[in-house]
Ligand binder design. Structure first.
Ligand code: FA5
Length: 337
């Protein structure tokens, strides 16, 4: 058979190859022990010397052409493999599959976001302050020296080396006033920690500190700010009351209660039969705190408040045990979608 005919035949066979395996088998039938080209090579030695160069060149040309055709086929098979893979693995985004369960913002985060938006709209900035604090920022700069009886109001987790888990976001007041001078209007939301545990008290809970310092700030401004906030979050019908209180870092100090969502004010387990639930402490910033932050208390006055976000969530959603907010039970959480 002519070399050209052999090549044509081989090229037709290559054309028909569908897989790497088939190509491997074809190559073996050409280059293997008894393969066509192997046999042709072997037969060269039996040719008369004058025919050898021409025949040798023809067999080599055949080998080169067949090898090139095989390489081309390999590339083609590889491209096909990739294309098949892309086809079989591609995502059909148009498929209308039923959606599984979807999450929602935790009720405390919903309240935190709602209040943050409210205060930002009223000109407050949002300030972030550390959860792990020094005694100085959590107590001393707030006019609560070591051994002051007011420390007992907040059963604090001390973690050694003079450090503690902040028991109030009021530490953020000092950190802000040390760095920035009045006029100031900020909220500082975050987690706080105390050794507390009952249906309205949790060892970890959330507060939102508020601080306004400027010239001519009065108790009326505080009252207006708190009434505005209470109306926004609980609605016009909710009754709030101001009670005289004591915090070493404010003078005068008040506590603000909201009528109990559970009994409407007649008294129950949730409100400990008082008809009221305390949501925040507040007051006019004590001049000693301003002095500790190098702000002249004769020139500037301020008010501050510390709001319990978990309590607000409880009132807002009628949750009668603070633990529910911490258990992360999906059956409970999915009600807040
Ligand atoms: C304070 O923490 C003061 N730093 C608030 C303050 C700020 C007063 C600025 C004056 C000026 P109090 O301990 O009362 O105050 O806590 C404030 C609010 O946090 C409470 O009204 C209550 O809503 C919430 N709260 C307190 N303890 C807990 C607790 N263990 N679990 C859940 N909420 C709590």
């Amino acid at each position: 058979m002519e070399y050209n005919d052999i090549l044509s035949e081989l090229l037709i066979k290559i054309e028909g190859v569908q897989s790497d395996r088939e190509l491997g088998e074809l190559k073996a039938s050409v280059f293997g022990k008894n393969g066509i080209i192997t046999e042709l090579m072997k037969s060269l030695k039996d040719l008369p010397p004058e025919q050898k160069p021409q025949a040798g060149k023809a067999v080599n040309d055949l080998r080169v052409a067949f090898t090139a055709a095989c390489e081309e086929k390999e590339k083609e098979l590889h491209r096909k493999k990739i294309a098949d893979m892309i086809d079989s693995e591609s995502l059909d985004l148009s498929i209308n599959k039923p959606i599984g369960s979807i999450g929602a913002l935790h009720p405390i985060n919903q309240i935190r976001k709602k209040l943050t938006d409210y205060f930002i709209a009223n000109g407050y900035i949002v300030y972030d302050s550390p959860e792990i604090e020094t005694d100085y920022y959590n107590f001393q700069a707030l006019n609560i020296p070591p051994d002051h009886p007011a420390r007992d109001m907040q059963d604090t987790f001390f973690i050694g080396n003079g450090m503690l888990l902040r028991s109030q976001t009021s530490s953020g007041q000092v950190r802000l006033m040390e760095k920035h001078k009045p006029p100031l209007k900020m909220i500082c939301p975050g987690r706080v920690f105390r050794n507390d545990d009952d249906s309205t008290h949790s060892p970890v809970f959330h507060q939102m500190e508020g601080l306004v310092v400027d010239k001519n700030v009065t108790l009326c401004d505080l009252k207006g700010a708190l009434e505005g906030f209470a109306k926004f979050i609980f609605g016009d019908k909710t009754t709030i009351r101001f009670r005289p209180s004591y915090f070493p870092f404010t003078e005068p100090s008040v506590e603000v209660d909201v009528s109990c969502f559970n009994c409407g004010g007649s008294g129950c387990r949730v409100c400990k039969n008082t008809g009221w639930i305390e949501i925040l402490g507040a007051g006019m910033v004590n001049r000693k705190v301003l002095e500790n932050c190098n702000i002249d208390p004769d020139e500037y006055h301020g008010f501050a408040f510390g709001l319990g976000l978990d309590r607000v969530a409880m009132i807002q959603y009628g949750i009668n045990d603070i633990k529910l907010l911490w258990e992360n039970d999906v059956r409970f959480l999915k009600q807040f979608r």
